[in-house]
Design a binder for this molecule. Structure first.
Ligand SMILES: [Zn+2]
Length: 104
């Protein structure tokens, strides 16, 4: 008894369909075939896997972070000294917006 057979038997039962073993086998064949072709027909991402999607997103984010360099304006502190006409003080860096890192 394979996975699809179990699925389909349960689905038939649930729907109140009386099917012979041969009828179920035929449906199983079709579903199996359709499932195998599904990825090809709809592309690799057609069956979303939340964990994999999250993993990919994290990898992209990590790559983005790793491609960053220390902000040359604030030397990575995220702050810059702003000398103004009225008062002077520390402000978050205009270049990296206080992050201390900029995209290289
Ligand atoms: Zn900066």
């Amino acid at each position: 008894m394979n996975y699809w057979e179990t699925c389909i038997q349960e689905a038939f039962e649930d729907a109140g369909i009386e099917a012979t073993k041969e009828q179920i086998d035929t449906v199983v064949c079709w579903v199996e075939g359709a499932h195998e072709n599904y990825g090809m027909a709809h592309g690799h991402d057609a069956i979303p896997n939340p964990l994999q999607a999250e993993n990919e997103q994290l990898k992209r984010e990590l790559k983005r972070q790793m491609s960053k360099i220390i902000c040359p304006e604030c030397k990575g502190s995220g702050w810059e000294f702003v000398a103004g006409p009225v008062h002077s003080g520390m402000s978050s860096c205009h270049k990296c917006r206080g992050e201390g890192l900029v995209t290289a």
